[in-house]
Ligand binder design. Sequence first.
Ligand code: HPA
Length: 248
Amino acid sequence: MSGIAIMGGSGFTKLEKLEITHREVAHTPFGEPSAPLTHGVFNDQEIVFLPRHGTGHTIPPHKVNYRANIWALKHAGVRQIVAIAAVGGIAPEMAPGVIAIPDQIIDYTYGRDHTFFEQDLSHVTHIDFTHPYSESLRGKLLDAAQRAGVPVVPHGVYGATQGPRLETAMEINRMQRDGCSLVGMTGMPETSLARELDLDYACCAVVANWAAGRGDTPITMKAIEDNIEHGMKQMITLMEALLNGVKT
Ligand code: HPA
């Protein structure tokens, strides 16, 4: 049984170098996860891999079954989740190609099934979400980045938008005034659902593009994909270093 999971984002639908031991089709009270859980050995560590957008990258951010994904990982014995996500860069330090380990979130999503605590409750439950990411897992990621010589920005405020469209320039201006330095579409409710089930969860964000109104060229899917591809090579190195240093 593996204690650590990697949730793959855009550009990370499979994990090369993962020696697959088996695939598990999970059923949860909330429906089916985005894909079968892939169990395997990566860098001598047992891990579980789950591509958030499905094996063929066909599930858009607002249609991901976040509850089923998190529930299935919990019930597979996972205790720590490293969530890989492609994002847009808002702050000047978040240029395309940068990898950031965010430490805060602002949630702009709506209409998503965002809690496990809504039915058949014996009491109303409010989780503490002051610090949305696991500090200990963030620390392990930062440590791994240093050991592997992978440059990372060790903070960031992840603004989670509804998508699937990208934002307007003025929405990004507003998000920047709010304090967001990154923008992505999948950070919520994934992060708070992990907290509801008491899982350690941290995000590794790859900046794929300047957010709307920030760059001087139009945002194209091609440019996004090219930057993700470059960032993901670094990401693999980072995951290898993490799994060398993490106890599951
Ligand atoms: N906005 C929202 N989500 C994203 C972006 C963006 O600019 N780039 C990659 N994911």
